[in-house]
Design a protein around this ligand. Sequence first.
Ligand code: PEP
Ligand code: MN
Length: 347
Amino acid sequence: MRRQAWIVGPCAAESIQQLWDTARAVCRFPEVELFRCGVWKARSQPSDFEGMGEAALPVLEQIQKELHLPVCVEIAYPWQLEKILEHGISHAWIGARTTVNPFMVQALADAARGTGLHLMLKNPLAPDLKLWEGAFNRFRAAGLRDLKAVYRGFATSLPTVYRNHPMWNEYIRWKSQHPDIPLYVDPSHIAGRRNLILEVAEKALLLDCDGLMLEVHTNPAEALSDAGQQLSPEALAELMAHLPLQGSRSLDDALVAQRAAIDALDTDLLAILSKRMEVVRKIARIKQDSRQPLLQVERWQKVMEQVLQQAEKLHLPADFVTELMQLVHAASIEEQERELKKSHSPQ
Ligand code: PEP
Ligand code: MN
């Protein structure tokens, strides 16, 4: 069974003391592979604390050497990359506000060529997986070999208890499209609140992430940025103790049997959908003959009402059934349109 790798450290470098205290507190966990630290912070307001800047680099260099704990830093400009390399820091990440901008990503990729930089790319602020993939392509083309993805959810105006919407379907889509790229999850920036971090981390492990990035501060309540989401080293230890090991792939008989059952049910599901489409095509002809519109909202509302009543009896979640039926209905309308076009086209 494999253990996930952990990347932990403060949101921002605040003081020499804070950096040493945090690094000493987390380096005793064998799971911790990297010490994260925001040296230059991109903040919403110019009056917000923007990190220690360059002054943090010699401290981090010393931490790397003395604690044998490699350090990674967020970079957004080529000059920042140059500075970290001057201080022997060869791990970095690109933040969500940078991944979103192909000009900046390309400038960084050009600067990273030939440096052997180990790089993590956070997803862009919006759920645009192509943009994220493009950033990987730019760094790959620049010859970088060690690239990892960090999933941190998406900025959203949708109602959610999280700071950034997790949109786990996008995570699954990304992981399916890029099984070769190690995928880490950042529960701190998804949750935005300490009390939600455990559930986000649990979900990430259930979805087979390769590692977790977490913000840790020796005194979270007093942190100069992201105070609500940073964990104390004690809370980090507790979180680690709660999270199960994950990642085994044993194929026992019971699992094989249940998967066969799922495959058979999927076949049935498709056969039923195909039968439903057959009926839909007949309905299209009838509507055409009696000059009725394809979309008849009263009927659609009645169908949804019936289906949701049945779903409740069958203990199926209403959200899921609603979304599924909306897809089925949209496909039915399209199929009816196709059917009518067929009957209009010259024989
Ligand atoms: C961070 O990790 O400190 C950070 C700013 O995250 P993101 O780019 O995901 O907002
Ligand atoms: Mn942060």
